[in-house]
Design a protein around this ligand. Structure first.
Ligand SMILES: N=CN[C@@H](CCC(=O)O)C(=O)O
Ligand SMILES: [Zn+2]
Length: 429
């Protein structure tokens, strides 16, 4: 096999996000992106070989093996970033819930729809009924859209099966798509996403099922890396959430938590107490909870698209960054509270709606997001030796991405050294 190389020549800016593979960026570090003005990047097979000034790139190319096939991508006027990483999605599901939108516009609350048996429970019905091939086909279309928006890795939660066979079906679907599709999937078991109707009268029995049967089966099959719980009033209590996360941890599933989304519920505090990798949502997180997260190094995964779609004020990102909490951003792609694959739109909402700077936003969607999915040693920055996941944007600088908001500026996407999007369209599909 000849050596395959891509030479991304003379970009307006290369955002490397380098130097934070061991621990996520926090505070002022989130503004330091290691930008190379006028820089070039060279990939070799599935790895990054070089990132730096173009004169040096030419010397590196001159020393390339004779059989190397070099593809040259002119990047003049473009912004090059690491492949974007989405660390919180529920992308594997069947159906959609657009009919809830008019209800919410008339005043129905998200949680009331769930309590009435709709919401997550409606999607669980659809997902249970779907054959695995159909589930894969629906999810594949969403992954295609992610890729067109520059997203090269997504975390994917189960939680619409709510019984063992269908939780496993969702996780198997994620594993299959991870093998088939250019977008890389990181699986999270979230059997504790809602109490299914058959356990309505006895939620504690469902918690036992999650702990005693689902977690062991998922761990045994090696189908997930993380375990997550919807810790929320009327769903799972902090005490139940703690037991589930500890049971997951005992089986090697690292904890994540849907925390303090609708009401303040001690979620941020719990995430810190169990040493969760991330606490997500945090719209209602307390000051003590944020301080505890900072002390324990828990990453805040903020989801401004969800706040926007549910028409709620977003999380207090500035307070978290000032407190020293590492922040990442995600779409929360799901059919009920955030039906979008546009991580760039989420970035716009983070900047314009939460006051994060363009630099902080990029750190949050690259290296910090890589930490949030436990992959920072391999992805999230442009450094020699890391996986060759890159995005070229039609933007001359980092600020422009937030300024020219609401449109897709992605020109080219490279995943593992292969061009999978060109001129904004899927290539080689
Ligand atoms: N809040 C809980 N779970 C999802 C929503 C899932 C759904 O509505 O289907 C979330 O993170 O927003
Ligand atoms: Zn979620």
């Amino acid at each position: 096999m000849p050596t395959r190389m891509v030479y991304v020549r003379r970009a307006a800016q290369v955002v490397t996000a380098a130097g934070a593979s061991l621990r996520p960026k926090r505070g002022a570090e989130m503004s330091e992106l290691g930008i190379i003005e006028g820089g070039s990047v060279i990939t070799r097979d599935d790895r990054i070989l070089f990132a730096g000034p173009d004169e040096e790139a030419q010397r590196v190319l001159a020393a390339a093996p004779e059989d190397a096939e070099v593809e040259v991508l002119e990047a003049e006027g473009k912004l090059v970033t690491p492949g974007l990483i989405d660390p919180h999605t529920h992308v594997v599901f069947a159906g959609s819930r657009e009919f809830e939108l008019p209800l919410r516009l008339k005043g129905a609350a998200y949680m009331d729809i769930l309590k009435a048996g709709g919401g997550i429970l409606y999607t669980a019905e659809q997902t249970r009924a779907a054959e695995e091939d159909l589930l894969a086909a629906e999810t594949r279309r969403r992954l295609d859209r992610f890729l067109l928006h520059g997203v090269t890795t997504v975390e994917a939660k189960s939680g619409y099966g709510l019984r063992l066979e269908d939780e496993l079906k969702q996780l198997r679907t994620a594993r299959r798509l991870n093998a088939e599709h250019p977008v890389e999937l990181v699986s999270t078991f979230m059997g504790a996403h809602a109490v299914p109707p058959e356990y309505k009268g006895d939620p504690e029995a469902y918690v036992r099922l999650v702990i005693e049967e689902m977690i062991p089966a998922v761990a045994e099959a090696g189908l997930a890396e993380f375990c997550d719980v919807f810790c929320e009033e009327g769903v799972f209590t902090p005490e139940q959430s703690r037991r589930i996360l500890e049971a997951g941890l005992a089986r090697g599933l690292k904890p994540k938590l849907h925390a303090d989304e609708i009401v303040p519920y001690g979620g941020a505090e719990l995430a810190a107490a169990v040493g969760a990798v991330t606490a997500d949502h945090l719209l209602q997180a307390s000051g003590e909870g944020i301080a505890a997260m900072a002390r324990r190094g828990v990453i805040a995964v903020l989801l401004p698209g969800t706040a926007f779609f549910l028409r709620k004020p977003p999380a207090d990102a500035r307070r978290m960054i000032s407190a020293g909490v590492p922040v990442a951003l995600a779409t929360d792609r799901n059919p009920g509270s955030s039906p979008t694959e546009s991580l760039p739109l989420i970035m716009n909402l983070a900047c314009l709606g939460m006051g994060m700077t363009p630099e902080e936003v990029l750190a949050a969607c690259t290296i910090n997001a890589a930490h949030a999915v436990g992959r920072a040693s391999r992805i999230g920055s442009i450094e020699a030796g890391k996986q060759a996941d890159l995005v070229l944007f039609d933007a001359p600088n980092v600020t422009y991405l937030q300024y020219h908001f609401g449109v897709n500026l992605v020109d080219t996407v490279i995943k593992r050294g292969v061009c999978v999007v060109r001129d904004g369209r899927r290539a080689g599909a």
